[in-house]
Design a protein around this ligand. Sequence first.
Ligand SMILES: NC(=O)c1ccc[n+]([C@@H]2O[C@H](COP(=O)([O-])OP(=O)(O)OC[C@H]3O[C@@H](n4cnc5c(N)ncnc54)[C@H](O)[C@@H]3O)[C@@H](O)[C@H]2O)c1
Length: 270
Amino acid sequence: MSYQLLKGKRGIIFGALDPNSIAWKVAERCHEEGATFVLSNAPVALRMGAINQLAEKCNAQVIGADATSIPDLENLFSKSQEILGGKIDFVLHSIGMSPNVRKGKIYTDLDYEYFHKTIDISSMSLHKVMQTAMKLDAISEWGSVIALTYIAGQRVFPDYGDMADAKAMLESIARSFGYHYGKFRKVRVNTISQSPTKTTAGQGVKGFGSFYNYADKMSPLGNASAEACANYCISLFSDLTKMVTMQNLFHDGGFSYTGVSKEVMDKFED
Ligand SMILES: NC(=O)c1ccc[n+]([C@@H]2O[C@H](COP(=O)([O-])OP(=O)(O)OC[C@H]3O[C@@H](n4cnc5c(N)ncnc54)[C@H](O)[C@@H]3O)[C@@H](O)[C@H]2O)c1
């Protein structure tokens, strides 16, 4: 159902790799809600080609940008404003990658070059996106920036590896930059802490299947889907949530505040 909550709004959506991507669902919902936007991803991801189907469906243009490259981000923000005809009202940062996790390097045997890459891609890129936007004054007053995170940034999930540290930093950057961008242009910045979701990035984590099922059994509402996450993003991009900023918002069916569920207790019965 469409409420036209984003009618007239212009956005940039990072991270739609394939139809499972959370960013893909967000783009579809933004389109339904009346927004116009540019889709962006790393050049290597664009070569896979799936994003063009999404672009066609949403009547959007695609601009490649490695989110760790300032020149790429400057080009993205400048061109997006030209294409969309004004300042940007919303940005989705849906970017994450750990070479350590990908190569199966456990937390106590990290490759530090990879660790740098994890942080640069998965956390510092959010700072780079906002600093670039601020210098170009590219985001409109009361604009909204969202980055996606996971609860392993706050509690230990051993197989999440160095992504846990990256997520902790991502959430901190959202808070710190949220202060400065709030003062500068009343731009709000939040992270959404999403349930485990069956995507390329999600399934790259060792033992993802058990992880997913455990969270589903722990959460009173079950795991939140990518589609539900997209709906939550729409609400945060809309004018209905103007005073929400610098928050880490759990979107996890209640997982984060559940000590134990009956389903999990039953598995440990004596
Ligand atoms: N899937 C889950 O279980 C889950 C749970 C909570 C949070 N998240 C977060 O959601 C976000 C989106 O992930 P997803 O699950 O949709 O998986 P995904 O694999 O579909 O998306 C990750 C995206 O990051 C992009 N990316 C990687 N390096 C990049 C770079 N240098 N520059 C620009 N883009 C780059 C990839 O191309 C891809 O589009 C990530 O931040 C992820 O950590 C995922």
